[in-house]
Write a protein that binds this ligand. Structure first.
Ligand code: NAD
Length: 511
């Protein structure tokens, strides 16, 4: 296993360096963009947005397809940058590229159907034609994290572009090079070179984007920063979409397939070295199978290779995150948790040996705060009711998973989370038609799916009068008996009148 020197966070006043977390080597640098730079990028994006929003869905889909193909042709280069900046193994880097491209393909193909104008019932105003239509916002700012530097921002970028917007993207200061590469490819692929621009820098550049004259900000990162972004956006009443952290629970019921549940748990907790917003962060296992499950998880974890080109787990991306994981492990051990493998002493530089803990409870940080590292805390539960109660005992509400027999769907519905996988982990993230997002401290708004396309539009309601009727409510020119007629209508339509009673009976009959 390689050990890494702790990279000192970068920066001369003008440029920001990106480091390989596995070796501590600097691998490149990018400019630190100021408020003036960000404002200029937004102004250029606005010009691009005017043309782009006027194009047909088919024309946009064609350019997005060209962009996707160009990214696919550079898949190896992108994966290599992901590996070097983020520390993830080759396979995970390639999977990230593949998943990002899947969303780009889906958003381009689906935008026209998701944004088709919809005719809805005009209700009482039956002489009207009522329509809902969706229109591009203009310029969308995207601020991304370091854990999935391509896949995560693409969940906003692809959908915002497909909906007819231009994008200005501020990647994490820990992983800017992959974003710069994507922007280069975008500038070559799109007829409008300013359609997707990247501005680089640390928090101050992100704050500049949140303050800029944009039409929406899509932020992915921690809850603490999300609050700051929302406060900055409030100045201009810029709408915000927040994809924040999680503390995802997994429930394993007595009738689950123990080996499959253990396999999924190990992957869900440890993929990307546990640095996923939808990582399995807490596991609740039925008493009857708890010991067998723990044994199986420990066995599978011991088979994993840490570090190296073909490793299952790479380096942690950020030294600050290593410190948080160590703190959670030490806190758990001090409060009585048992280490089954790994532990706070099994950390060398940015590499953490995957750690399985048992005997954990909700007084421990590892069960309450986002750990964001390769840790599997497993708790024994006496019943599914207890498991659900504990799973929902969190301020977060992003993903979740259930392993069970026939009770699985019922349990899934009881979980207070934006997304649930049944007899699998993280499945919802790989299905582009499913909206992705959370509740509570995990944020609000949705990326992916039709909801994720509509998220980057403004909704317009149109009421068109197609026939004139004698009692025109939108006029002062009313007959003298109008009040009497309205009283009659209120009774008939909403009170005890025949029409209201018939409507109630009809609704009951339809169930
Ligand atoms: P972070 O909050 O530290 O940083 C995220 C981004 O915000 C970075 O680009 C950073 O430069 C920028 N930023 C920092 N201060 C800012 C400010 N004042 N104004 C505007 N931007 C600012 O998060 P991180 O450590 O990069 O990412 C890890 C977090 O992201 C975890 O909590 C993880 O769960 C979460 N995450 C969530 C999702 C999701 O879809 N829900 C996906 C991936 C990661």
């Amino acid at each position: 296993m390689a050990t890494a020197a702790t990279p000192t966070p970068p920066a001369t006043p003008e440029r920001l360096s990106s480091y390989n977390p596995a070796t501590g080597e600097p691998i490149g640098s990018v400019p630190i963009h100021t408020q003036a730079d960000v404002d200029a990028a937004v102004a250029r994006a606005r010009v691009a947005a005017e043309t782009w929003s006027g194009r047909s869905f088919a024309a946009r889909a064609e350019e997005l397809t060209a962009f996707r193909k160009a990214l696919a042709a550079s898949a190896d280069e992108l994966a290599e940058l992901l590996r070097r900046e983020n520390g993830k193994p080759e396979l995970e880097a390639l999977v990230e590229v593949m998943m990002a491209l899947g969303h780009l393909q889906h958003a381009a193909a689906r935008a026209e159907a998701a944004l088709a104008p919809r005719r809805v019932s005009a209700g009482l105003l039956a002489n009207f034609r009522a329509t809902i239509s969706y229109h591009p916002l203009g310029v969308v700012g995207v601020i991304g994290p370091w854990n999935y530097p391509l896949f995560t921002p693409m969940g906003s970028i692809a959908y915002a572009l497909a909906a007819g917007n231009a994008v200005v993207w501020k990647p994490s200061e820990l992983t800017p090079l992959v974003a710069v590469k994507v922007a280069e490819i975008a500038a070559r692929s799109f007829a409008l070179p300013d359609l997707l621009q990247v501005v680089t820098g640390a928090g101050a550049t992100g704050a500049a984007l949140a303050r800029a004259a944009i039409d929406k900000i899509a932020f992915t990162g921690s809850a603490a920063t999300g609050k700051r972004v929302m406060m900055a956006a409030a100045e201009r009443l810029t709408p915000v979409l927040l994809e924040l952290g999680g503390k995802d629970p997994m429930i394993v019921a007595e009738d689950a397939d123990v080996e499959k549940a253990a396999e999924a748990c190990v992957y869900g907790a440890l993929t990307n070295a546990g640095q996923a917003c939808i990582s399995v962060e807490r596991v609740y296992v039925a008493d009857a199978i708890h010991d067998r499950f723990v044994e199986e998880v420990v066995k599978q974890v011991r088979d994993l290779k840490i570090g190296g080109d073909d490793g299952h787990l790479g380096a942690m991306t950020s030294p600050a995150q290593v410190a948080i994981v160590k703190d959670h492990l030490e806190d758990a051990v001090a409060k009585g948790a048992q280490i089954r493998t790994g532990g706070p002493d099994a950390i060398a530089g940015n590499f953490i040996q995957p750690t399985v803990l048992t005997g954990v409870d909700h007084n421990m940080k590892v069960m309450r705060d986002e750990t964001f590292g390769p840790v599997i805390p497993i708790r024994r539960v006496a019943s599914i009711d207890e498991a659900v109660k504990l799973a929902n005992d969190t301020q977060y509400g992003l993903g979740s998973s259930v392993f069970a027999g026939k009770s699985a769907r019922r349990i899934a519905q009881l979980l207070r989370a934006g997304m649930t996988s049944i007899n699998s982990v993280m499945g919802f993230a790989g299905i582009p038609s499913l909206p992705f997002g959370g509740i509570g401290d995990s944020g609000f708004g949705r990326i992916h799916g039709d909801e994720g396309i509509r998220e980057f539009t403004r909704i317009k309601s149109t009421a068109e009068q197609v026939v004139s009727i004698p009692l025109n409510m939108m006029s002062f020119r009313q007959p003298t008996d109008a009040p009497k007629r309205i009283r009659g209508m209120i009774k008939q339509l909403y009170g005890d009148g025949m029409v209201a009673r018939a409507a109630d009976v009809w609704r009951k009959l339809r169930g």
